[in-house]
Design a protein around this ligand. Structure first.
Ligand SMILES: Nc1ncnc2c1ncn2[C@@H]1O[C@H](COP(=O)(O)OP(=O)(O)OP(=O)(O)O)[C@@H](O)[C@H]1O
Ligand SMILES: [Mg+2]
Length: 324
């Protein structure tokens, strides 16, 4: 009995909260919360970093180093990978080689899972019964064949690389070192450069671990820090999400200065607190929606003011401190 009463009180509380949020969304002409988390975000929500993206792509094209996209959780590593993946198939390097791309997004992989994931991502055929070394050998052979016969180099993207088993990492190392000496001996005039470029991601802690435990790869890898969003980009981030929720994303103009109901001052406070981290900007904006929605019920005004943003940023800082 008692439990049933508590439950219904809880449900009523959540329903009221939902209604309050819903009223705010309706007021601004949104069909859902602009700040909900999407499993697969629409690419029209992305705020681009053209210069940084160019520097990634340039490094891949010049083929001098592997790449480690370095940044805290939620800083946009995966998003940048997707953007680079989008651009590469349309490009060629200075020798006229095109690119074949593969993306391994899963983590926690063992040797064989990693080998199979790489083969799948690069569309290389193998048998399920094969050992991981056979699978990787098939990948290596096919990448070399594509290089020689199709003038295609391979760019292999591997997310959160250090979250995999150590043995899995050695498979990557083998690919990173291609062509092998025997391959070079066999085709000396063609195989004079690496044929697979690795683009890995991870936090700074993992980069340091790689430096000490896998110096053979780290020495040939360029760490690139994912840039924080500046205030203009934070504004665009919020603006895109609002336009998306309003069904207006296709006419979104990044130079548009109006992102009401958020004020510019509120965005600045949010971005300072988030240190330009998109995941944190989203969380803070969602908190602001909550407070602004309560406010709307009392005053009829849906605005997200600087004061609301300050309130939410302070609460957020407290929570983060407690978590740490
Ligand atoms: N440039 C961007 N424009 C718009 N949204 C972005 C951008 N970068 C990241 N985001 C959003 O921020 C969130 C975190 O981004 P992402 O998953 O790319 O970060 P990450 O660094 O890979 O995080 P993790 O360490 O958890 O893997 C996602 O919701 C993503 O859609
Ligand atoms: Mg990620």
């Amino acid at each position: 009995m008692t439990i049933a009463i508590h439950e219904s009180a809880l449900i009523r509380h959540f329903n009221t909260r939902k209604e309050v949020l819903r009223a705010w969304e309706e007021k601004i002409g949104a069909r859902f919360s602009p700040f909900r988390g999407f499993k697969m975000p629409d690419s029209r929500l992305y705020v681009e970093h053209p210069d940084f993206l160019d520097s990634i792509v340039d490094l891949i094209i010049t083929n001098e180093r592997h790449i480690f996209l370095r940044g805290p959780v939620g800083s946009g590593k995966s998003t940048l990978m997707l953007l680079a993946l989008r651009d590469l198939p349309t490009l060629a390097d200075r020798k006229g080689n095109k690119f074949v791309t593969g993306y391994v997004g899963m983590t926690g992989l063992y040797e064989k899972q990693m080998s199979a994931a790489i083969a799948d991502s690069l569309r290389v055929k193998y048998r399920r019964s094969w050992e991981s070394s056979q699978i990787i050998e098939a990948v290596a052979k096919e990448c070399v064949r594509r290089y020689i016969e199709e003038k295609s180099r391979t760019a292999l993207f591997v997310e959160d690389v250090a979250d995999n088993q150590e043995a899995a990492f050695h498979k990557l190392r083998y690919l990173a070192d291609l062509p092998t000496q025997e391959m070079k001996d066999e085709y000396p005039e063609v195989l004079d450069e690496p044929i697979i470029t690795l683009i890995m991601s991870g936090t700074n802690v993992y980069w340091n671990a790689m430096l000490s435990f896998l110096p053979q790869i780290a020495d040939r890898t360029e760490p690139l820090d994912v840039p924080a969003l500046d205030d203009m980009k934070a504004k665009e981030f919020i603006g895109r999400r609002i336009a998306y929720a309003q069904g207006d994303i296709d006419s979104f103009n990044p130079n548009n200065t109006d992102i009401s109901p958020f004020t510019d001052e509120a965005v600045k406070v949010i971005n300072d607190a988030a240190k330009g981290n998109p995941r944190d900007i989203r969380m803070l904006a969602r908190g602001c929606q909550q407070v602004a929605a309560e406010n709307l019920r009392r005053s009829g005004n849906p605005e997200v003011t600087k004061d609301i943003a300050k309130l939410v940023a302070e609460a957020y800082a407290t929570i983060l401190r407690e978590v740490r």
